[in-house]
Design a protein around this ligand. Sequence first.
Ligand code: ZN
Length: 215
Amino acid sequence: MGNPKVEQLFESGLSAHRKLYYNRAFDCFTEAMELDPEMPEVHYNRGLAASELYRWDDAEESFRMALRLQEHPDYRIHLGLTLLHKKEWERGLKAFERALEFEPDNELARLHKADLNFYLTREEGERGTCPGLCVAWFDPRLEDFVGVDPVIVDKNTRKDLREFLSQELAEESCDHTYFGCQEWALKQGLEPLGVSRFLYERNMKCDCQVLAEGK
Ligand SMILES: [Zn+2]
């Protein structure tokens, strides 16, 4: 990397991404890209940050820019995953096929290619609305988290959250949303969607599942 300012922005972006500050990471990579548009890894990482924020159009654009500058199996695979999130199955399949041309035993590309082929070769009426591996991606609750950074809720703090939930759920049973968690977040001065996003990422998908973590 030639430009020290670009290098610094790139490093800040990587560091923000590791800390789950995806918006900050995205902004760093965007700024780096504007200063030097010819660096494929800047576009690639910008795409990864956009993916974490469920901003699939931005992700697609970034991965395509990276690929315009350099062919790379990781760039292809992430383009493919982005296209699947956008339910563009045929184009996704092509991306995985191209990734496999470069890296024939890439496990992720192989898995998705097989899953897509299985889905696409079935009759319309027999197949569901998406390939088997993608089912969890279309949880309608995810729509609330577009552009939202997760708020880290550490183990100790989750004890406090569970205490709150056990009282809430004793009065009224879980409606399988994050209603209780969001109430708790507001009381703590935390961003409610960021908190639910964090719990979602940890595979706790509603109040009763968060409560069950301690059992
Ligand atoms: Zn529940």
